[in-house]
Design a protein around this ligand. Structure first.
Ligand SMILES: [Fe+2]
Length: 349
């Protein structure tokens, strides 16, 4: 009779190792399906009261010169063969006497390719500035830097790409960054991990959340509203946890738009590599002159709206491998007749 004992011991050790691996690692969608699992939060690193990062924090200060790109981010288009690259050039201004930059004064160019040192493809896009205007005595107006959006097309699914963005004629191009396209859309093809986060803000607790998220190496970040909480500030830069408690008398609900720039700088190391998909929340309303709303949200992020047939920044859809995401914001009417009559965002109360 052959001696099976060593084989059985080896098999038992192998199974034990496998079990340890499974317990240790956070499973991916490829390992599933699993029943939903809630892991309790290790809140030892969190502050009871959320304290905002100040504008003096090196992670939020403007570190570029002239028209060098900053606040660089990647967003998905509707299909895996295309992504959006966004960034900002030039300095925003806040005060009573602001002069908007000319968005056409800086080109929107992305050079990209599958080899870091041979960025053989080039794509161009469009640029814009937005203003946050408060026509009330003593309130300060804001005008953004030049916001650039460029769509890259013809990409391979599930592939790594390198890119730099900016205006080569100045010259002012960014450092080389990298991103990975989504896998091909099929029932057997999924991104490994997707981070879904909301109410992010820019507090010290936000930094813990982002650290935790990044350490789990998501392939995609979905931000389901409430981005910077710039609307907890007056235009003079005074903030509060509770706007209506601290500032009950303001003529309009003010915002401090430089918080958006702080947020874009803080997030750049993550979202210049991992695609970010955003949909609006109430903190993005930011009503200003002429009852305009959601201007910062709609201007700063790229959305696959046209590609997915919505023509609105408030709803759109995209594929991430075999998953079809339908992003439905809460600030537009989804009655069919309204959708046909007004394809653009705006009439939102
Ligand atoms: Fe919220």
């Amino acid at each position: 009779m052959p001696n099976f004992y060593p084989i059985m011991v080896a098999f038992a050790i192998l199974m034990l190792l496998l079990l340890v691996c499974l317990v240790d690692a956070i499973p991916t969608t490829l390992d599933g399906p699993f029943p939903p699992l809630t892991v309790s939060l290790d809140d030892s690193g969190f502050r009871g009261n959320a304290v905002d990062l100040p504008g003096t924090d090196p992670r939020v200060r403007r570190m570029v010169n002239g028209f060098e790109p900053e606040q660089i981010s990647v967003s998905l288009s509707t299909f895996a063969d295309s992504v959006w690259i966004s960034w900002i050039t030039g300095e925003s201004q806040i005060g009573e006497d602001i002069k908007p930059l000319d968005p056409n004064s800086v080109a929107s160019v992305v050079r990209y390719g599958s080899l870091r040192h041979t960025l053989s493809h080039e794509a161009t896009g469009y640029s814009l500035v937005y203003n946050q205007l408060y026509p009330f005595q003593g309130l300060q107006n804001y005008t953004s830097g030049i916001i650039h959006h460029v769509r890259l097309t013809g990409l391979e699914p599930g592939a790594q790409y390198y890119y730099q963005c900016g205006d080569p004629s100045i010259p002012a191009m960014s450092a080389v960054h990298a991103f990975k396209t989504m896998p091909i859309s099929s029932p057997q093809s999924y991104p490994n991990r997707i981070a879904i986060v909301g109410d992010l803000g820019l507090t010290y607790n936000t930094t813990s959340t982002i650290d935790h998220m990044s350490s789990n190496e998501p392939d995609l970040i979905v931000l389901v509203g409430d981005v910077t909480y710039a609307n907890l500030y007056l235009t003079n830069g005074t903030g509060s946890d509770c706007y209506s408690c601290s500032f009950p008398q303001t003529p309009i609900h003010e915002t401090y738009q430089p918080r958006w720039d702080y947020w874009g700088r803080f997030m750049e190391p993550v979202v210049s590599t991992i695609p970010l998909m955003v949909v609006e929340g109430n903190h993005e309303i930011e009503e200003q002159a002429e009852h305009k709303t959601f201007l910062s949200y709609s201007s700063r992020f790229a959305f696959p709206s046209v590609e997915s047939g919505s023509f609105s920044t408030f709803y759109y859809s995209f594929n991430a491998g075999g998953i079809h995401f339908i992003m439905l914001g809460a600030y537009i009417s989804y009655y069919k007749q309204v959708q046909v009559a007004g394809k653009r965002p705006g009439k939102c109360r």
